[in-house]
Design a protein around this ligand. Sequence first.
Ligand SMILES: [Zn+2]
Ligand SMILES: [Zn+2]
Length: 347
Amino acid sequence: MRGLAKTSRSQGAMELVERDRPEPAPDEALIEVDYAGLCGSDAGIYEFESAFERMELPTIIGHEYSGRVVEVGDAVTKFSVGDRVVERPIRGCGDCYQCEIGESNVCQNAVITGVDHNGAYEPYIAVPEDALHPVPDSVEQQHAAMVEPTSIGARAVIQNSRVRAGTRVLVEGPGPIGLLTAQVARAQGAEVVVSGVGQDAEYRLPLAEELGFETLNIADDDLDAVRDELTDGVGYDVVFDTTGHPSGLPSAVDEVRKGGQIVLVGQTGETTMPYSPLVRAEIDLQCSYASKYEDFENALRLIDTGDVDAETFIDDRFSLLEADEAFETFIEGGTCKPVFDVSVLRD
Ligand SMILES: [Zn+2]
Ligand SMILES: [Zn+2]
């Protein structure tokens, strides 16, 4: 079998390498991977951004996937052969203060599948049973590959925002996390607008429209005029910054109403801005990072009900046999959520 690995500390450098099928440890299940998504952090590894310098290479990447249990270690009690599963890829250590108080998403020693150890862009992966999550029969296997990114949006909206019925929401950034966050916010009863930049006009903003959202292109539209029209001159109650760009936070400050909330989801890098206006407007600045068990449960249910529209959202045009094409297209904004059929790597 083969796997797609990051092989050197430079831009690109993703190669198919020969791999042996892993042996599960006593507490692990061996998963046959069916579908795996491409995420912004995978693109970050492709570009080899500084956040990934800690990686030991080669490492098989991929952390959002669905599969089936094909073998279990002797100590595994919760899963058996044939179960369909997804993985919670950010693993807390279980011992640090945050893990002890139930904040495993901000564990001091967290490790991430597909970054700190081999991931799911290969046909088999051995996973501790505590990191696995069962998939209900009613959720299709390809759709289940979207559970992990959906859980990020579910946490941002359900756990970390003030969104409720009637809330006026702006989601900045029509990337995968942005469009999932938008769908979860709508499921909570919010009125949601999605904004993007020039290159998003090709694929991501049209996808947002297909998903039923009003959209703004900050390169073309007069944001002040649109905000005044949509919010009666008040500003949005909640703004989610999912851009991962330094302009995301300052522009959220322009768009949010006094007394409103900004939720930072994307990792925006460095920015300099005056903070007094935030204090004087009593803006609630909230961060949301990763996800936990409950967020995975919520994500599965949102996909199951169709509130998160996996069918429309998933882009299955790409192959792991020509993965560079998927990465380059993703980086240019020409796709949003590529999901690969991993079975092509089995022989
Ligand atoms: Zn991801
Ligand atoms: Zn920990």
